[in-house]
Design a protein around this ligand. Structure first.
Ligand code: PLP
Length: 368
């Protein structure tokens, strides 16, 4: 009996993000060692676009991860459900604010909450796990340093205090004067609550400041996915490879134009590969004119405007079939690499933004 031979698994996906579990594990271990403490791993916005269901098993398994953090109550409830399915007892924290009518469900799910005010400290239900947020300069959430101790005391009296934390505003800057001031302001408050977990370090702080005295946890997000501007850091491996399939191959003559508005004119007879990914999938339209991809073992330019659902690549001289995968960033089958930071530069976007704009059309796939 013969089995039909196909170079590709039968799937309707046109574009996929392969997420390397070993890269994530390695980055988490590296960052936890660098910070000298376990991690409260940021997994907000669908795990920075990597796919919460693909990343949650890694978080559950990793010894470097104490708990996970998200931005909103909806994300927290989704993640706690995932973790229940994995029999994982690690806590989930919400970095954002929550409303009183959301508290009963969140407390029942064991979700740790961010608290900024005395009114919240008074109104929280019994059994809540509260992390007091201290505003040390971000002016986003948190009690002022002057008010924070009183809020923390109230939470402590009610036996609801589980942590004290703050957030750096510019730990990526070479001049660390402001970061040091922020940390001192934080510690002046946190020292009143020695019994609970203190945490402040994001990716930039972990990589630039190293271990911070007195901290119980660190919160590196982007770097745990293996990316830190401008072009990665030693010890970090990008976890995501973004790929899309060639759907059509055809030749066009020298002098013809490709894609909208004639931004690209062919200077030779060309083989054009049409690839099933566009800005509706989250590939930046603004990369138009500079974008390159890995195709057939080579790095080739995208021709003309990136469309909503498709883009065209100069594939002249390459041996390709419809159905073959093209690599938009990450590592191709031959081990060639195209870093997402290049895509970020072409499109004048932050890596954070590119990751979190990847749409539901992208199939997230667990990979070794
Ligand atoms: C998103 C977030 C982080 C992680 O920031 P990165 O720059 O991705 O490391 C840490 N702490 C808080 C409060 C956050 O909102």
């Amino acid at each position: 009996m013969t089995t039909p031979v196909s170079p590709h698994p039968s799937t309707f996906a046109r574009a996929r993000a392969l997420i390397s579990a070993s890269a994530l594990h390695q980055n988490l271990r590296f960052l936890s060692e660098k910070a000298g403490v376990p991690l409260l791993w940021p997994m907000k916005a669908n795990a920075y676009g990597h796919g919460i269901d693909v990343v949650a098993p890694v978080a559950a398994e990793s010894e470097a991860v104490w708990g996970m953090a998200v931005a909103t109550p909806a994300e927290a409830l989704e993640l706690t459900e995932q973790l229940r399915g994995l029999n994982c007892p690690k806590p989930v924290m919400i970095f954002g604010a929550s409303f009183p009518d959301e508290w009963p469900a969140l407390v029942a799910a064991g979700v740790h909450l961010t608290i900024s005010t005395l009114a919240e400290a008074e109104a929280l239900p019994e059994g809540a796990q509260a992390h007091l947020k201290v505003n040390t300069g971000m002016n986003r959430l948190g009690a002022s340093p002057a008010d924070a101790v009183a809020v923390g005391r109230r939470l402590e009296e009610r036996e609801l205090l589980a942590g004290v934390f703050s957030h750096f505003t510019e730990a990526e800057e070479p001049d660390q004067t402001l970061s040091r001031q922020q940390f001192q302001t934080f510690q002046a408050v946190a020292q009143h609550f020695p019994e609970v977990r203190h945490h402040m370090g994001n990716s930039a702080a972990v990589l630039n400041l190293g271990p911070l005295p007195g901290m119980a946890l660190a919160r590196p997000g982007l770097s745990a996915y293996g990316v830190m501007p401008p072009s990665g850091a030693p010890g970090l491996t990008p976890a995501m490879t973004l790929q899309a399939r060639i759907t059509y191959l055809h030749t066009a003559a020298a002098g013809e134009r490709v894609s909208y508005n004639g931004l690209s004119t062919l200077d030779r007879d060309s083989l054009i590969a049409t690839v099933a990914i566009g800005y509706a999938d989250g590939y930046p339209r603004r990369a138009t004119g500079q974008a390159e991809v890995l195709i057939g073992g080579e790095r080739r330019p995208v021709l003309g405007r990136v469309c909503m659902d498709q883009l065209m690549v100069d594939a002249t001289g390459l041996d390709l079939r419809a159905g073959d995968w093209v690599t938009l960033w990450g590592r191709d089958a031959g081990g060639q690499e195209l870093h997402i930071s290049e895509v970020a530069r072409w499109s004048e976007m932050a890596e954070y933004e590119i990751f979190t704009r990847l749409s539901t059309r992208i199939q997230r796939v667990a990979a070794p």
